[in-house]
Design a protein around this ligand. Sequence first.
Ligand code: MN
Length: 299
Amino acid sequence: MSDVELLVGRDVVLGGTRAMRVTRTLPHRDRRMVGAWCFVDRYGPENIAGRTGMVVPPHPHTGLQTVSWLLAGDVLHQDSLGSQQLIRPGQLNLMTAGRGIAHAEVSPAEHEPVLDGVQLWVALPAADRWTGPDFGHHGDLPVLTYPGGSVTVILGELDGAVSDARTFTPIVGAELAVRTGLDLPLRPDFEYAVLVLSGAATIDGLELTAGPLLYLGTGRDRLTVAGPARVLLLGGEPFDEQLVMWWNFVAGDHEEIVQARADWAAADERFGLVSGYPGDPLPAPALPGTRLMPRGRRR
Ligand code: MN
């Protein structure tokens, strides 16, 4: 195929009391979104035995859903709705920010020795951007089994299996556990991308290992992957609205970002409080001196 793009990520050190290094492949300079997927951070595998592990203090979100997905380890989610939820591999924590929510994510005091996962965001369409905040834990996602591997459907539908997690646009997210090979049906009207999580996968004759996001475009009705590898498949209907993404906020324009930042700085009830977190919340960085311009899914 000719329309693939290899989107190489950049290393980002997240703030907080203990820095955590992630590889961010979305948003990318050349492509901001895949369907409504607008943010892909990959972290680990990291040995955190005898260490603090993940410490992401309370911070706000608007206009998006956060998707927490682990390959190894355990993470405790706490939010301003009062949710307290430990997540393990194979389970989904899905937080819908809507008009505003705050959350913290930490390794529990007694945690597994290795931390490995992804943090993903899904943009909400304008019609649902200011919906009420919500949190859902999905511990029983559908798993498809094939001779050459298995597939966990995280969001949306794949090969007849449907996740019960709430979505706002036509979208799919799945983890492929490829032993020898998988041949999966795709929707030609969706665009797709794959991220190898471990091992080496062959896709379209291209050998791909952990690191970059391979954008596959639209117009495909099959995906053939040879392994062994673990692969994240992200897809959806191309997202045609323009968005502003700044810090932890997704919004429609500059003014909405300014308001969200001000509301967080003022500890406004819009975001609420994460009770049970022992430290201070994360302050928002300074706004840039120029107006934030809404942009489309590709640059
Ligand atoms: Mn977050």
